[in-house]
Write a protein that binds this ligand. Structure first.
Ligand code: FAD
Length: 413
């Protein structure tokens, strides 16, 4: 087949994406940016609310990582989110910077190495003294406790829900169709190939040349209907807000994200409240089912042990401010921290954009769109993200290794 005919065929083909969280929306956005208009996105959710992980995430977008592919995907996401932010009235993303506070001499020394690592990756970075760091985020950093902080000024904060709505709108403007309130019951298989999905209460068959799973923690549930195993694990994570504070206004994104790598804690401002998350507890796995309608579970004190109390004692504003909402949100991990992007193994017609963070979703969308449309310019080597890269691993090994990364998330080393 000549190249033009083959490209014409690809562009004529219907691509169906299941899931309109930040990842599915990003894949649709990038497909339409590349000129592919035959894109349909289905989601069980309604248009306004995001019951998946995206709607729970505080939206830290950090680019420095020991895994170079994650840095590439995060940097590309920042470029996409910046471009999108220029076209939307509401703030969806801002490069507010990140401060990684060192409370031990070893971490301070590491911060100096990170400056060099950042420079090699094209990310500006500097080590600040405690007073400089606390001046940038007085409510979040105690100058008495900090030994210094790594400042990464090009990192950012997203409003993940607003960002997703903006991606949906831009993809819609580019020709994609979004169908909400459309739960997908199963993948439809004919002659060993996924040819679409069964959706809605009546199990309507929707046909497509290629079907993309962007269903977040629910990925394994739908994949199983085509006997495909996705190598990922879902884990519970606590995030706490203060009550609304009179000294704060509605500015949705303001001030740097502050991380305490020595304590597995991170914190930021959200308009009139501050928020804080902690990884300082043993990972709590969850096996999502089709019956689970939200990525938020009840917050049970006993699940996270002393982690919430230790985190609130660390961050100045949390020591005195009344605590507001406390949430237990679920997200997905893989055994090597890289997302699952590309064709699923063992069945034709099925593709994945799974286990990606908000941080990498912009890049994941571009990567998958380039692979689907065979434009020849993926951001990273597709083999590194191939969904079948753990084919020889047992389920137990996949789960244990993935969960083993929980406490080290975002540690750049
Ligand atoms: C508390 C918390 C804090 C986090 N902090 C950060 C952070 O600071 N930075 C960061 O980068 N990431 C963070 N994350 C991770 C991040 O939120 C997720 O990795 C990301 O949002 C996943 O996006 P997604 O689109 O893949 O999944 P989701 O947002 O879960 O979207 C999946 C969509 O698929 C739909 N769906 C599922 N099954 C079906 C079906 N059968 N039929 C139709 N629709 C279906 C769901 O309705 C949902 O809308 C955090 C997550 C949590 C929970």
């Amino acid at each position: 087949m000549d190249v033009n005919r083959s490209a014409g065929k690809r562009f004529a083909e219907e691509i169906l994406i299941v899931g309109a969280g930040v990842v599915g929306a990003s894949v649709a956005y990038h497909l339409t940016r590349l000129g592919h208009e035959r894109v349909t996105v289905l989601d069980a959710r309604d248009r306004a609310r995001l019951p998946g992980s995206t709607g729970l995430a505080p939206g830290f977008v950090g680019q420095l990582s020991a895994t170079p592919e994650l840095t590439v995907l995060a940097r590309d996401s920042v470029a996409t989110y910046r471009a999108l932010a220029k076209t939307t009235p509401e703030p969806v993303f801002l490069q507010v910077g990140c401060l990684e506070v060192a409370t031990t001499p070893a971490r301070l020394e590491q911060a100096h190495h990170d400056v060099e690592q950042g420079e090699r990756a094209g990310l500006p970075a500097r080590v600040l003294d405690p007073t400089e760091a606390a001046a940038l985020a007085p409510a979040l950093i105690d100058a008495e406790r900090a030994l210094g902080a790594l400042h990464l000024p090009t990192d950012g904060a997203a409003d993940p829900a607003a960002l997703t709505h903006a991606l949906v709108q831009a993809a819609t403007n580019g020709g994609a169709r979004f169908r909400f309130d459309a739960p997908v019951r199963a993948l439809e298989i004919e002659d060993g190939r996924v040819v679409g999905v069964r959706a809605g209460a009546d199990g309507e068959l929707l046909r497509a040349g290629r079907t993309v799973l962007a269903t977040g923690i629910w990925g394994p549930v739908l994949a199983a209907t085509a006997s495909v195993r996705l190598p990922m694990a879902a884990v519970q994570h606590p995030y706490l807000y203060t009550a609304e504070l009179p000294e704060l206004d509605d500015t949705p994104i303001d001030g740097p994200i502050v991380r305490y790598p020595d304590h597995a804690v991170y914190t930021r401002r959200h308009g009139r409240r501050y928020g804080l998350g902690s990884y300082a507890h043993p990972p709590l796995p969850l096996t999502p089912s089709a019956a689970l309608t939200s990525a938020e579970l009840p917050f049970r004190e006993e699940d996270f042990g002393t982690a919430p109390a230790a985190a609130t004692a660390l961050v100045p504003v949390f020591r005195t401010a009344p605590v507001g909402r406390r949430l237990n949100g679920v997200f997905a991990l893989t055994p090597d921290e890289l997302p699952l992007v590309g064709p699923a193994a063992g069945v034709a017609g099925l593709w994945c954009a799974e286990a990606s963070w908000v941080t990498h979703a912009g890049g994941v969308g571009r990567q998958l769109a380039s692979q689907l449309l065979e434009t020849g310019d993926p951001l990273v080597d597709p083999e590194r993200l191939a969904p079948d890269r753990f084919a020889s691993w047992s389920d137990e090994r996949i789960s244990a290794t993935a969960l083993g990364h929980y406490q080290g998330i975002y540690d750049a080393h």
